[in-house]
Design a protein around this ligand. Structure first.
Ligand SMILES: NC(=O)c1ccc[n+]([C@@H]2O[C@H](COP(=O)([O-])OP(=O)(O)OC[C@H]3O[C@@H](n4cnc5c(N)ncnc54)[C@H](OP(=O)(O)O)[C@@H]3O)[C@@H](O)[C@H]2O)c1
Length: 278
């Protein structure tokens, strides 16, 4: 297949590499155009995308754009909601356009620890989640063949928030909140697996490992593995309103049933490998 991977950051770069390894012809796109086979283009500057028109036809666009670092919420919205359409409109297509995007389980407003799956209504409680819902809807309105991969918390080398939290000296607040994670290598592996399958991917798939865990369980395990004394927990601390938003367990059984074998099925597998760097 001839594929454009938009965004070559933490996850996009891994997806690009995995697809090239599988033998696909893959171009990347980021703002600087740095790297081999990477185009310079900024989805906030439609003029910069015009060169897409001059390239041979594509089969698939995979958007891994992230605008969450943007201070300006309108720029974030413009990247995330309008970005895939702006690229798609400039691309020449070999058949019917196919666009996949990395979304987020942040679309679920659940805060009581219940399970969510692909059938759970997306009812975000914060602005970022609403932008993600709008982006999914905008994509589906503009393209017939779409796949939204709703990712849980991304981690991997250099992104080790839960380990850093486990090591801190202050008491932990709300240790009973659930953590749901997916290693970036598994996102890349899954995308390559879905591209190589004969059948079209589902239009919506939750992407998370098989083991949601209370944060306390993860913190205790990390500290034990690193021979540190037990952490301090402040279970009764009065927390600000909304602090438990996003407290949910992500059910990834649909993803598992497709047959992709996770390299890091649980937090011990993935975090264990990363602890050596601390
Ligand atoms: N982090 C998480 O825990 C998490 C959880 C769930 C879902 N997700 C979703 O997963 C996706 C990938 O996340 P990530 O952390 O891998 O992203 P990332 O490392 O921040 O990379 C984002 C990429 O998007 C590109 N980009 C940003 N603005 C752009 C613009 N205006 N025009 C063109 N390219 C632009 C960046 O290009 P430059 O290289 O030029 O900066 C970068 O290559 C995102 O959609 C995110 O919402 C993340």
């Amino acid at each position: 297949m001839r594929i454009l991977v938009a965004g070559t950051g933490f996850t996009g770069s891994r997806i690009l590499t995995a697809l090239r390894k599988s033998g696909h012809e893959v171009l990347g796109l980021n703002r600087r155009g740095e790297g081999s086979g990477i185009l310079a283009g900024d989805v906030l500057v439609p003029e910069s995308l015009k060169k897409l028109k001059t390239l041979p036809a594509f089969d698939l666009l995979i958007s891994t754009l992230s605008g969450s670092g943007q201070r300006d919420p309108e720029r974030y919205r413009s990247i995330y909601v309008d970005g895939p359409r702006r690229m798609m409109d400039q691309m020449i297509w070999r058949g019917a356009p196919q666009v996949w995007m990395l979304g987020s389980t942040g679309v679920y407003g659940v805060g009581d620890g219940r399970w969510v799956d692909e059938t759970t209504p997306a009812e975000p409680v914060h602005r970022t989640g609403q932008v993600q819902v709008d982006a999914e809807q905008a994509l589906q309105a503009h393209c017939d063949q779409t796949c939204v991969l709703r990712l849980s918390g991304l981690y991997g080398p250099g992104r080790t928030r839960l380990i850093r939290q486990a090591l801190r000296k202050r008491p932990f607040l709300k240790p009973e909140l659930w953590a749901n994670q997916i290693h970036a290598d598994d996102v890349a592996g899954l995308v390559a697996f879905l591209v190589d399958r004969e059948t079209a991917p589902p239009t919506r798939l939750l992407v998370s490992d098989c083991q949601p865990a209370p944060r306390k369980e993860i913190f205790e395990w990390v500290r034990k593995e690193m021979n540190l004394p037990e952490g301090l927990y402040d279970e009764d601390h009065p927390v600000r309103a909304g602090a438990d938003r996003g407290n949910k367990r992500v059910d990834s059984s649909k993803m598992q049933a497709l047959g992709y074998k996770l390299k890091y099925p649980g937090f011990r597998d993935g975090l264990g490998e990363l602890m050596g760097n601390f």
